[in-house]
Design a protein around this ligand. Structure first.
Ligand SMILES: NC(=O)c1ccc[n+]([C@@H]2O[C@H](COP(=O)([O-])OP(=O)(O)OC[C@H]3O[C@@H](n4cnc5c(N)ncnc54)[C@H](OP(=O)(O)O)[C@@H]3O)[C@@H](O)[C@H]2O)c1
Length: 290
């Protein structure tokens, strides 16, 4: 089976490349080969490579910067998926589009269901919600896979930022009143390859690791598991303090609670999800001894 992946250099695309099953031929294109904001380029790339499935792993993911770069965020996160859905529709190709927990407002106190109404708080979430809506209306048989708090061994993410800061500092304040679920790109990539084998799966699914945490909980776990993996010196002591969102103002508002309900993914697609801390341990071990 031939699969085309957009956003080749991103965290998820790199993991999809690393975990490619033997029966799959991957064509991964970066922004220079395929700029998803350009409808002509999208149609040409799909006509040239003739994949059976397109995975959209490209996105504008700079949540705070999006507040001042609205046009760019919408071009990549809304027009991009719209272009891909239109081309997939024209050529009869399956589309798996990746989206975010930031489409929700965070007012819930129980996990968000895939069909719950979206109400994003910032430009990034709004632009991703617009991308979802475009895909849904052009290609209802597409899969929209929402995920959250994504990290991998390499790349710009919370885990790697924390490890760097913990090596540099003796004290850190981390937000303790935003709750979500850290998600390893391992989990996401495996879910996507399982979805590919289930052609009947369509519509919106949620995919994160299991459990819930605050950014503070996540940071403490990175500290403990980072030491265990040898990514932080054994003698290094870092005091991690829980702080409030109000004490760490950012340009974009973030949902206070964005745990996603994965029941349909587990039941319909047959995916097993491990606890986020177990996934973190695995990723940090891999980072320490690649
Ligand atoms: N990261 C998270 O915490 C998180 C949370 C929830 C959902 N998600 C979703 O998960 C998916 C994957 O995220 P990720 O963390 O792997 O993102 P990432 O590491 O930021 O990668 C995104 C990739 O998209 C590329 N890109 C940007 N504009 C493009 C364009 N016009 N055409 C083609 N490629 C373009 C970027 O290229 P450049 O490097 O050249 O900019 C980058 O390589 C995204 O849909 C994201 O919204 C992520």
């Amino acid at each position: 089976m031939k699969i085309l992946i957009t956003g080749k250099n991103g965290q998820l695309a790199q993991e999809l490349h690393k975990r490619k099953p033997a029966n799959i031929e991957l064509v991964a294109l970066d922004r220079n080969d395929l700029d998803i904001t350009n409808a002509t380029q999208v149609t040409q790339a799909i006509a040239e490579h003739k994949p059976e499935v397109v995975i959209n792993a490209a996105a504008y993911t700079a949540v705070d910067k999006a507040e001042s770069e609205k046009e760019q965020a919408y071009a990549v996160n809304a027009t991009g998926p719209e272009n891909l859905a239109a081309a997939c529709k024209e050529f009869g190709i399956r589309l798996i589009h990746v989206s975010t927990d930031f489409v929700f407002d965070g007012q819930s106190s129980t996990p968000y269901q895939p069909q719950q109404p979206v109400r994003p708080l910032g430009v990034y979430g709004e632009s991703k919600a617009a991308g979802e809506a475009a895909v849904q209306s052009l290609l209802p048989e597409a899969v929209i896979l929402r995920t959250a708090w994504v990290y991998s061994a390499h790349g710009a993410n919370f885990t790697n930022t924390m490890l760097r800061l913990m090596n540099e500092r003796d004290q850190l304040g981390v937000v303790a009143d935003q709750i979500g679920t850290p998600t390893s790109t391992h989990t996401l990539a495996e879910a996507i390859y399982t979805l590919i084998e289930k052609p009947q799966a369509k519509g919106t699914y949620h995919c994160t690791d299991a459990g819930a945490a605050s950014w503070y909980d996540f940071a403490v776990a990175i500290y403990e598991e980072g030491k265990e993996a040898g990514l932080l010196p054994a003698e290094k002591q870092v005091q991690i303090k829980p702080i409030a969102t109000a004490d760490y103002p950012t340009p974009a508002a973030r949902p206070a609670y964005s745990v996603l309900d994965k029941t349909s993914l587990v039941a319909e697609v047959g995916i097993e999800l491990k606890h986020w801390r177990q996934a973190l341990r695995q990723v940090l071990k891999e980072k320490a001894a690649p």
